[in-house]
Structure formats: C-alpha cells, structure tokens
Design a protein around this ligand. Structure first.
Ligand code: IYR
Length: 223
C-alpha cells in the first residue's frame, strides 16, 4: 500500500538573471496598471474564469496550512440586490454617523459614498469569509491561526488574479459586516472579511487621479 510521504522534493523553476530582471519588472508594470474600479458593466463573465481566480486565491499561504477561507460567489440577482440593500443600510449609517471627520476627509479624493451600485451591476460578487475556527460535521471546534493574515493574503492573490484575467474589482468593506453571515446562511465560525465584485468596467468608468508611493517612500534598506 502507498504511504503518503511527509516531505516531497520542491519543484523549483529558476530563470536566468536577465529573465528574472525582465519578469520582475514586467510583473511590477502589470500590477501597477491595476486600479480599484467602482463602475461596472453587467456583461457576463464565464463562471470558469471566476473558478480559476478563486483557485489562484486559494493557493495563498496560511497559518498551519489551515486555509481558513470560504469564497461565497453570488450571481443570483435577487441575492445581490438583498446584499446591496443591507450593505447600503450599514454604509449610510457609517457615512452619516460612524466615520470620523478625518476619515470622511481622507475619502474625498477617492470619491466614495454609501451607494454601492456595483453590487447589483457586476455579474459576480465574491464575499470572502474568514473561518475564525474550523468546525467538524459533529460541530467539534478546531483552531485556526493567523486568520486575518491568511485571508488577507488570499484576497491579495484574488485581486491579482482578477487583474490578470483582464477583469476589475474593488475591495468593499461594509461595516459592520456581520449581516453577511446570516444573509448568506453561513455557519457561525465564518465571518465576512471583504466583499469584491468581479466584472468588466463600465465603458465610461473613471478612477480617482491618485498616485502610488514611490519605492523611496516605502522601502528602507539595511545593507
Ligand atoms: N467602507 C466604506 C468606506 C471606505 C473606507 C475606506 I478606508 C476606503 O478606502 C474606501 C471606502 C466603503 O466601502 O465605501
């Protein structure tokens, strides 16, 4: 009988240094062309593309390899509309009362408000759930570790995979988000982490005229 090996050889792919330089630069340029988009077209996206994007996200490293995430994929129009209504109710309250003046001021260049039309328009909405612990079929609880870090990493890969497919997204954080566990009938060990639409941009989509920090602003060397 075959026994599962505890360790297996790592299949490394090495590039010649010139290729490494080219590849790292073109990947940077490609990622630098990504923008958060808030105006979506309702054009259909193949479900297989969404599945590949989620497969890519699910390759993220995670604490003790627990992979403490669930990707809820919503394409049902009624459910999207229900989620939009619930998210907008929270957002309305946040923009009117919960967010500080400094926070609202910081969002002026981004141009956001409580309205989240993209939840209706985009063909797919992904709600990323974090599993604060794992649960067996018999409801036994098991620990997960570094859940926020792990799910954050998966979301980063999700964003890169969406961009790689030539599609757009925005990280939407309705706050508080606990309404999503119930609206999506998720078990009590799952908490909403981020909501992301996936789709094509609207033909007239605009993005804020804002800049990324330069390398010099974000790096410190210890040589
Ligand atoms: N959660 C709100 C507000 C918001 C907060 C930050 I920080 C942003 O960078 C953008 C928006 C929303 O999703 O509109």
């Amino acid at each position: 009988m075959d026994k599962k090996e505890a360790f297996i050889p790592y299949e490394h792919v090495e590039y010649p240094v010139d290729d490494m330089i080219d590849r790292s630069n073109s990947f940077y340029e490609f990622m630098n062309s990504r923008r958060s988009v808030r105006h979506f077209s309702n054009r259909k996206v193949p479900k297989s593309v969404v599945e590949n994007i989620i497969r890519a996200a699910s390759t993220a490293p995670s604490g003790a390899n627990k992979q403490p995430w669930t990707f809820c994929v919503i394409s049902n129009e009624d459910l999207k509309n229900k989620v939009r209504k619930l998210a907008e109710a929270e957002e309305k309250e946040s923009y009117a009362r919960r967010m500080s003046d400094e926070w609202l001021e910081d969002l002026v260049p981004i141009g956001t408000n409580w309205e989240k039309e993209f939840i209706d328009t985009a063909p797919y909405i992904i709600v990323v759930m974090k599993k604060v612990y794992d649960m067996d079929e018999d409801a036994t609880k098991h620990s997960n570790y570094y859940v926020n870090e792990s799910v954050g990493l998966a979301c980063g890969l999700l964003i890169a995979a969406i961009h790689n497919a030539g599609l757009c997204t925005v990280t939407h954080t309705p706050s508080p988000m606990n309404f999503l566990t119930k609206a999506l009938s998720r078990p009590e060990n799952e908490r909403a982490f981020l909501l992301m639409p996936i789709g094509y941009p609207a033909e007239d989509a605009q993005v804020p005229n804002i800049k990324r920090k330069t390398l010099g602003e974000v790096v410190v060397y210890y040589e």
